[in-house]
Ligand binder design. Sequence first.
Ligand code: RB5
Length: 144
Amino acid sequence: MNFVIGSDHAGFQLKELVKSHLIGRGHQVEDAGPAAPESCDYPVYGLKVANLVAAGEYDQGVLICGTGLGMSMAANRVRGARAALCTNEFQARMARAHNNANILVLGERVLGSELALSILDAYLETRFEGGRHERRLALLDRME
Ligand code: RB5
C-alpha cells in the first residue's frame, strides 16, 4: 500500500520506527514531516496527512503525537478522513473491519514501541467488512 505519515516532535521517534517497519513490509511511505524532532504543532501535520488521504493521493495515513489525541482531533476535521486512535490490537482490527479507517493514529508517549508496531500490524492485516458498516459510514458522511 501507499502510505503517508506525519507526526509532531512528541511522535517523531515512533514515526521513524513505523516508517522503517512499513518499508520493511514492502509498503511505500511518503514522510510528510517533520524532518527533525524540534518542537512543532500537531495540527499542521495532522491536517496535511488527512488532506492527502482524503484527496485519494494515498491509500492510508499514519499520524503520531504524544497522546494521539491532538492528531485525531486535527485529522477528523477533514471531510473524508476517518482517523482512528488505537491503543491496542483489537481497536486496530475494528478500526479497519467496522470503521474503514483510513488513518491510524498512535500516541508515542502512551505506547511502547513493540506494542505500537503490533497495533500497526493488526491494522495492516485487517480488511473492511462492508455490509451494515457501509450504512453507518454513510451516516457519518452525511454529518460532514
Ligand atoms: C506535545 O507536547 C503534545 O501535546 C502533543 O504531542 C499531543 O499529545 C497532543 O495531543
